[in-house]
Structures are given as C-alpha cells and as structure tokens.
Design a protein around this ligand. Structure first.
Ligand SMILES: Nc1ncnc2c1ncn2[C@@H]1O[C@H](COP(=O)(O)OP(=O)(O)O)[C@@H](O)[C@H]1O
Ligand SMILES: O=P(O)(O)OC[C@H]1O[C@](O)(COP(=O)(O)O)[C@@H](O)[C@@H]1O
Length: 308
C-alpha cells in the first residue's frame, strides 16, 4: 500500500491577471481553485495513474471539508485527523503577459498536542513492512521540526519505506533519520549544505554530502532541465521531456507520485525516474494545480532519457 501524509494541506487559489501592478487594483481575468498540498497531490496523481493510495493528514474547517470532499469524489481513500483550526489557502497570481507567477503560501493552522498525538496513533496502527509512505510539505504551526524525523524512524523501523519531500530544517532533521528517498529541488537540496564554491560545482561532491547525512537515495529535480538521481553507488542525470509549460505548481508532487508508483512495483530508482520525469512534465503542461493524466505520461515517457 502507498500512504501519503499531508500535515499542511492547502486549497490552491490561482488568479490570472494581464499585468501585475503593485499599489493598484488588478482585476482577475480568470480564477480557479484546486485541491493542493504535497501528499494530497501525490494521491491525486497516483489516482490518475490508476494506482490506489490512502491519504492521511490534518484537515479542518470549511476548506478542509472542501478538500476532503474533492479527494473522496476522486475515489481516494481518506483517513484524516480532524483539527479545530482551518486548513489554509495558498495563492498564486499568474501574469499572462510575461508568463510568470508569484506564489504565497499561508503558514497553516495551529495544531494542538492532542491532535498531533491522534495523528501519530493513526499512523502507528497502519505500519506494515513493505509499504510506501510519502511525507510531503511544510509543517503547520505547533508541529516540531523534528516531527518528520520521528515519523521516518517509525516507518523505516517497521520495515516500510519513507519518502520525504519537504524543505529547510524539517528536511535536514528528517534526512538524519535515514529515509528511503528524498526528493528536493536543486534550491532545497543545496540550502542544506555548507559547501565551498568548488564543492557546489561538483555534483558528485554535493550529492554524496547529502547522502552522507543519512538519505538512502536521492532525486534532485531540476525543473525543465530534468533530474539527478544518486545513491551510494550511482549518480545519473536524466533529461525531462519538452512541453509547453502552463503552470509548474504540482510538478514536484507529480514526480514523487511517478517515482513511488514504480518503486512500489519493485522497480529500481533508475527504472522509476523516467516515470517521475514524465509525470512532472505532464503536470507542468497544465493550468493551476491540475495534474497530468496517464495517456500523456505514457507519451512523454519516450522522451525521458538518461544523459549520463
Ligand atoms: N517546464 C517544464 N518542462 C518539462 N518538465 C518539467 C517542467 N517543469 C517541471 N518539470 C518536470 O517536473 C519535475 C519536477 O519539477 P520541479 O519544478 O523541479 O519540482 P518542484 O515543484 O518540487 O520545485 C522536473 O524534474 C521535470 O521532470
Ligand atoms: O507545504 P508547502 O511547502 O507550503 O507547499 C504546499 C504547496 O505546494 C504544492 O503542493 C505544490 O508543490 P510542488 O510544486 O512542489 O509540486 C501546492 O499544491 C501547495 O500549495
């Protein structure tokens, strides 16, 4: 089974404007609201790929209810921990004229100690060897930065696989607990390291430094340039397919979905990575946080090649 955990889900509100202007009123020419949050997106993408998963996490208030209803309507098994606070809304403003965007993510609700305890208990009840657990996204307020590390240890000690996709201190502490896989983008990966210029210019040096912190495997996504994969014995670079980008939000989560989909079938990371790239590219070609579909992923797969 694949589980996805989203501690800080979000409704993703996208407003499109012709031209972004500060200190004046802009009128949206288009708007859309999608279900977002890293683990939720992974479950949604897995569904598009024909793969079931169980979505877990904190949901609260009207926004939380809206997201739960949307996931359930998509046929995703939801096992949420309800909270008193309100699930957040993240805003993206897309400027049509210059094909660029600004994204502002809210901090998210405050989680109480009893809500956190209930979540840990519901995770512990489900731990089984061989399962895959995707832990994705930022921490809402009140959740300690060591929380992912605690979960990674629980999951890996149970003989299951933890895939960690977060950033900053939560990622740093989580890596030390030895997750099966981490998937930062380049900026998130390099922010963890204090390397000199020469080491930063050597992919071998900085990927090995990340692995030395504790991650068993590493995929670093590079946007349209593709991705790197590294383990103790391997370092490979793959190219991403070429698409017309509409909105890259959700591409990273879709890549994680593609990876876990294939890894859970027993494939190696090298075999799984082209699926991750194709899923990321399929989603980047769509507006808002709309995610790629299987037919498009299969078509893009042909263009995902290993560069070295
Ligand atoms: N414009 C694009 N063209 C082709 N592929 C893309 C594009 N943007 C994203 N992708 C694919 O999605 C993956 C994840 O995107 P990336 O932006 O690196 O992740 P994140 O959202 O975590 O920052 C990339 O490795 C790539 O395969
Ligand atoms: O939890 P964070 O880091 O604030 O990120 C949440 C945001 O990231 C997303 O999950 C998209 O992530 P990616 O672009 O990395 O795939 C959005 O749906 C959501 O608004």
């Amino acid at each position: 089974m694949i589980y996805t955990l989203t501690l800080n889900p979000a409704a993703d509100l996208e407003l499109s404007v012709d031209q972004l202007e500060f200190n004046s009123v802009s009128r949206a020419i288009d708007s859309r609201m999608d279900c977002g949050g890293k683990g939720f997106n992974v479950s949604r993408m897995l569904k598009n790929l024909g793969q079931d998963s169980i979505a877990m996490g904190f949901v609260g208030g009207a926004t939380g209810l809206r997201l739960s209803n949307e996931l359930e309507a998509a046929g995703i098994d939801c096992q949420f921990t309800s909270i008193v606070g309100e699930t957040r809304t993240n805003v993206t403003i897309v400027e049509g004229a210059n094909a660029r965007h600004i994204k502002v993510n809210q901090a998210g609700p405050v989680i109480s100690e009893s809500e956190l305890t209930r979540l840990v208990e519901s995770i512990q009840q489900r731990l089984q060897p061989g399962d895959w657990w995707v832990l994705g996204g930022s921490l809402p307020q009140g959740v300690p930065t060591s929380f992912y590390a605690q979960l990674v240890s629980l999951i890996e000690d149970a003989g299951a696989h933890a895939v960690l996709d977060t950033s900053g201190e939560a990622l740093r502490e989580g890596i030390f607990a030895g997750p099966s896989l981490i998937k930062p983008n380049l900026e998130e990966a390099q922010a963890l390291l204090e390397l000199d210029e020469e080491e930063l210019n050597s992919t071998q040096a900085w990927t090995q430094a990340l692995l030395a912190m504790g991650a068993q495997n590493l995929v670093v996504s590079l946007g349209k340039a593709g991705a790197l994969m590294a383990s103790e014995a391997q370092l490979h670079e793959f190219a991403s397919p070429s698409i017309v980008e509409a909105n890259p939000i959700g591409a990273g989560d879709s890549m994680v979905a593609g990876l876990v989909w294939r890894l859970s079938k027993g494939e190696s990371l090298e075999q799984a990575l082209p699926y991750g790239l194709a899923c990321g590219a399929a989603t980047a070609s769509r507006p808002g946080t709309e995610l790629g579909e299987l037919a498009q992923v299969e078509q893009l797969l042909e263009q995902c090649r290993q560069i070295n």
